[in-house]
Design a protein around this ligand. Structure first.
Ligand code: FE2
Length: 258
């Protein structure tokens, strides 16, 4: 099974980049399933139902989220019924949405997708390490194909989660920091891993936002309303090859102009 995880889709330039490049990429790479982190799709913070549907229409089979999840109030009701949109599992149980979804791949086999939120500078209701084992057990009871999006600020948290799930998850993809790391590979036991899959969006920017506005934040130390940049749009992510037992036989970072 060939699976593509697309890193954080940032703003309209990111969404449009997916629409331009993903259909061709699906054919070219023979992809069976595409999962995209969409938590920055709405102007860099959050996701609207409309943008979610555009990404699903463009060829993403499942969307994951992160710390900006609640920025758009329309997302709550949408998450209740959107079976292919996953939000971090380690939030308060009473909040809408699911932290684990089973999504059919092109050949009909199901892939479990789990979304987690790290603790460093972010604010999950509980540690992702406290909830992940039960979720992975639940996923493995139904399918050997398990992909985990670890949305976290700290490299150490993401590496630790990769090591914790090595041999159990098919793939552990780090997200949130938007700069692709150079450690894509397969961990012992057959778990594809990358600390940060990068960003699907405008790279002539400060992690997606217009450089001048972002710089003002730092130079003047005043809050600024960030806007998505437009230049050098790229698709970034992790391309994973899995055997029938759900073990990764290959994993490489993907970077394409869009
Ligand atoms: Fe994030």
């Amino acid at each position: 099974m060939r699976l593509l995880f697309l890193a954080d889709v940032y703003g309209l330039p990111g969404v449009e980049g997916v629409e331009r490049a993903l259909p061709g990429l699906r054919d070219e790479l023979g992809l069976d399933l595409v999962v995209a982190n969409a938590e920055n799709a709405a102007d860099g913070a959050g996701l609207t139902p409309k943008l979610a549907e555009r990404l699903l229409q463009a060829g993403a089979d499942c969307l994951t989220l992160g710390n900006h999840l609640w920025r758009r109030k329309e997302i709550g009701p949408y998450l209740v019924q959107a079976e292919r949109v996953v939000r971090p599992a380690n939030l308060l149980d009473r909040l809408p949405g699911r932290g684990l979804a089973f999504v059919p791949a092109a050949d009909g086999r199901e892939v479990a997708v789990i979304n987690l939120l790290g603790s460093f500078t972010l604010e999950p209701a509980q540690s992702m390490f406290a909830v992940v084992d039960a979720l992975v057990d639940q996923a493995l009871a139904r399918t050997p194909f398990v992909l985990v999006d670890v949305h976290a600020e700290a490299t150490s948290e993401k590496v630790a989660m990769g090591r914790h799930l090595a041999g159990r998850a098919s793939a552990v993809c780090g997200t949130h920091t938007h700069v692709q790391t150079s450690d894509a590979g397969v961990l012992p036991g057959g778990t594809a891993y990358i600390t940060d899959a990068g960003m699907t969006g405008p790279h002539d920017s400060v992690i997606g936002a217009v450089t001048e506005i972002s710089l003002r934040r730092f130079l003047l130390q005043q809050p600024q309303r960030l806007e998505p940049a437009t230049g050098d749009v790229r698709l970034e992510g992790l391309l994973v090859e899995l055997d029938d037992a759900g073990r990764a036989t290959g994993a490489e970072a993907l970077r394409r102009p869009a």
